[in-house]
Write a protein that binds this ligand. Structure first.
Ligand code: CP
Length: 327
């Protein structure tokens, strides 16, 4: 396989043309078929990537590590608390040195107002592709897997009602990167996106402006509402998930008065019943079960969360295979 996007950074899908994303999706589909049929995919033999994690991960770390092994290469997991970064080493020095040792650098850094800048700082000085494993603003690996899953389940994405809905959670103050990525990406595929959240949980104005532009240019729509039921009503896809109030409040505190006032924003069977009969429930995971969603919904017939999570493997392999190649 030719790495069609050799050396291209994967920081936000907004910087990838739709035709390029379509190529990534086609390769992801092929990877999935080959994985299912035990057909080898040795496209990155003897290639190495560094996976830098400032935060915890289950899906992202393991889809990247096992994905690169399945492509014939090797991924080195780096807990950044054990790197010289924790003594202040710069993004530039880290990027220059790691890129001289391998063929790709992937990084998760979700610290508010820091993560994306850190990735951009590395990209400026890296001679190999920088892959965003989630930052404060974007989670492109998740967005690509979500899009693949919606296409698999619904076929055409044109004018599907897809509702990205804030949900109550107590586990940690989660980044805005998943809903922001979805709000930017889905209208590019003609979806009618409803973004629903309690007052105070806004996404940044520049992102909403960009999402509206994406919708106008591609025949989709973006509707913002603070009415949870309106978002569930007649939906084809619902994505109820918590995100933190980072735009209005940069405190790290998980539980505050605004959060507890919105405990009612939960995906219940009653809410699912408002959607179309074949409405699908999605979540990037991990879910805060019984807070964000009732167990009977996430474990029920409308849920496609495991298919969505599995697709993280195939899409991660596509991104690596298409961007990391011969130096
Ligand atoms: N969805 C997702 O990114 O999962 P992890 O945090 O487990 O990587």
């Amino acid at each position: 396989m030719k790495p069609a996007f050799k050396g291209k950074h994967f920081i936000t899908l907004q910087e990838w043309k739709k035709e390029e994303i379509d190529q990534l999706l086609a390769v992801s589909k092929d990877m999935k078929e080959k994985f299912r049929n035990n057909v080898p995919t040795p496209y990155l033999q003897h290639k190495t990537a560094f996976l830098m994690f400032f935060e915890q991960s289950t899906r992202t770390r393991n889809s990247m590590e096992s994905g690169l092994a399945q492509l014939g290469g090797h991924a080195t997991f780096l807990d950044t608390s054990t790197m010289q970064i924790s003594h202040g080493e710069s993004a530039k020095d880290t990027a220059v040195i790691l890129s001289s040792y391998g063929h790709g650098i992937a990084c998760r850094n979700c610290f508010w107002n820091i993560g994306n800048k850190y990735l951009r700082g590395m990209a400026e000085h890296s001679s190999v592709p920088i892959m965003n494993l989630q930052c404060d603003l974007y989670h492109p690996m998740q967005g690509l897997a979500d899009l693949m899953t919606i296409q698999e389940v619904k076929g055409s994405t044109k004018n599907l009602k897809v509702s990205i809905i804030w949900a109550y959670a107590e586990s940690h103050k989660k980044p805005i990167s998943v809903p922001l990525t979805q709000a930017l990406l889905f209208p590019r595929y003609g979806m009618d996106v409803t973004l629903a959240y309690p007052e105070g949980y806004d996404l940044p104005d520049w992102a909403i402006e960009q999402a509206r532009k994406n919708a106008e240019e591609n025949g989709g729509t973006l509707t913002i509402t603070h009415d949870m039921k309106a978002a569930y009503k007649d939906a084809d896809i619902v994505i109820p998930k918590n995100w933190g109030s980072w735009v209005s409040n940069q405190s790290d505190a998980v539980i505050d008065d605004m959060l507890t006032a919105n405990r009612g924003w939960k995906c219940t069977e009653e809410m699912i019943a408002l959607g179309k009969p074949d409405v699908k429930y999605m979540h990037a995971l991990p879910a805060d079960r019984e807070n964000e969603v009732e167990n009977s919904v996430i474990d029920g017939k409308h849920s496609i969360v495991y298919q969505e999570a599995e697709n993280r493997l195939h899409t991660a392999k596509a991104v690596m295979a298409m961007t990391m190649g011969d130096k």
